[in-house]
Design a protein around this ligand. Structure first.
Ligand SMILES: [Ca+2]
Length: 431
């Protein structure tokens, strides 16, 4: 209750409400409802215990970073207690409630244990079948039956313009055939497609790789050269979504960084058809009208960055940056190698919001085609949507919007992310 008095006093005086990382943003949100308040966030990392939801009653409020200060709204949790283990590995015990698919160390995404290692691939012997579920014919010695027995070892295949990620259900060494957990689609099937296997303990053999045993909670990591996990900042995402806007109007975010959100695929895996358009963003809006994001950053997320979905209109995204996300990129683009497949680190890439006049449009009518549901399925939509592609020639932007909403605009100018934004400090946070 000690936060309530200064909040009420500020509202009575029509002053901005100033908050620090020690404050509970959900309680602050509730306390300023209907007040047309300006909430000024002092610098630091605000650890979100759950997705911060803004509804219609939260309209006409502004959430603004204090001038010159870095404000991070994080869905991550720091990993500590690292101990040396055999084989050049380090291990840490993570809490039962923390199970994740991404790991960031000193602001850089590390590679989930995989084979072949980053930069190399297996090749499908022929092509994935149209069976339900699909089957993969592999080359001698590439896949092991043990991986199927584990239940959560995944094949990640790059077919034409889309990515397929599915657990291995069974492996028949005699026929060199693996059954995956879901279906693929004939129009994205590619002969001799590249793929790799991910998320098994015996795949942890290269510097920068990690593996989380989801049953025991033991995280194992093989550091890069001269890297000491006890001296770095390791962060794993606990949330899949950071902020969700549900019907709010004139809600404004200024100068805020949104970081550390995970992805999930559900038991049948995920087979994309186009730009992963049914995958939700770390910051998602539905029915948002006249809202804005200015000078904001979205970084270190597993899905899209900013997702303007059903019923959104007249929103503005100005001088924002979306970086280090994992959805909406073309598997055959050279930059795709950055997902731990060689090439530059994904956090080194920067995506900028294009002028709306130059954003390309995707073909319509891709929903309702029977693609597998995500673990947390996006709301059903009866109409097509637009996906805004980022520039830098070949990077797809982590932003989606709807065709009918269509009034989302972005500035022709943009900002760049500061190093501090990608390496948030945890001082003052309450992990
Ligand atoms: Ca490996």
């Amino acid at each position: 209750m000690n936060y309530l008095l200064p909040v009420l006093l500020s509202l009575c005086l029509q002053d901005p409400v100033t908050v620090t990382p020690k404050d509970d943003l959900a309680k602050i949100r509730d306390s300023v409802r209907g007040k047309k308040a300006v909430v000024v966030l002092r610098g630091g990392t605000y650890v979100l215990p759950e997705t911060l939801v803004f509804k219609a009653e939260d309209s006409e409020t502004t959430w603004r970073a204090a001038p010159g200060e870095t404000v991070v709204l994080s869905g991550g949790r720091p990993i500590s207690g690292w101990k040396k283990a055999e084989g050049g590995l380090w291990t840490a015990q993570v809490p039962d409630e923390l199970r994740f698919n991404q790991l960031f160390i000193d602001g850089k995404r590390r590679t989930r244990a995989r084979t072949p290692n980053a930069g190399d691939f297996f090749r499908v012997d022929g092509q994935l079948t149209e069976d339900k579920p699909t089957k993969l014919k592999f080359k001698e010695g590439d896949l092991k039956a043990d991986w199927a027995a584990r239940g959560d070892v995944e094949v990640v295949a790059l077919q034409k313009w889309a990515e397929l990620r599915m657990p291995i259900v069974s492996v028949d060494a005699a026929t060199r055939t693996a059954v995956l957990s879901g279906d693929t689609y004939k129009w994205i099937i590619e002969s001799q497609a590249r793929y790799w296997v991910e998320n098994a303990p015996d795949l942890l053999d290269a510097p920068g790789e990690w593996y989380l045993d989801k049953k025991t909670g033991v995280l194992s990591y093989k550091p890069l050269d001269a890297e000491d996990p006890t001296k770095g900042v390791a962060i794993a995402p606990a949330l899949k979504q950071l902020v969700r806007i549900e019907g709010a109007k004139q809600l404004r975010f200024e100068g805020i960084t949104f970081s550390h959100a995970d992805w999930s695929i559900g038991p049948k895996g995920y087979s994309d058809t186009q730009a992963a358009i049914d995958y939700a963003g770390a910051v998602q809006a539905q029915g948002a009208v006249g809202c804005s994001f200015e000078n904001c950053v979205v970084s270190h997320v597993g899905g899209y960055g900013i997702d303007l979905s059903r019923g959104c209109k007249e929103n503005r995204i100005v001088r924002c940056e979306v970086t280090g996300h994992r959805r909406g990129r073309h598997p055959h683009r050279r930059d795709h190698a950055a997902e731990g497949r060689g090439g530059p680190d994904p956090e080194e890439r920067r995506q900028r919001l294009p002028c709306p006049r130059h954003r390309p449009r995707l073909p319509r009518g891709r929903r309702g085609l029977g693609r597998p549901q995500l673990e947390e399925p996006a709301p059903a939509q009866s109409h097509s949507r637009h996906v805004l592609f980022g520039v830098l020639d070949r990077l797809v932007l982590g932003l989606r919007t709807q065709r009918r909403a269509g009034k989302t605009s972005s500035s022709r100018t943009w900002c760049t992310t500061s190093a501090a934004a990608c390496s948030p400090t945890w001082a003052g946070s309450t992990p």
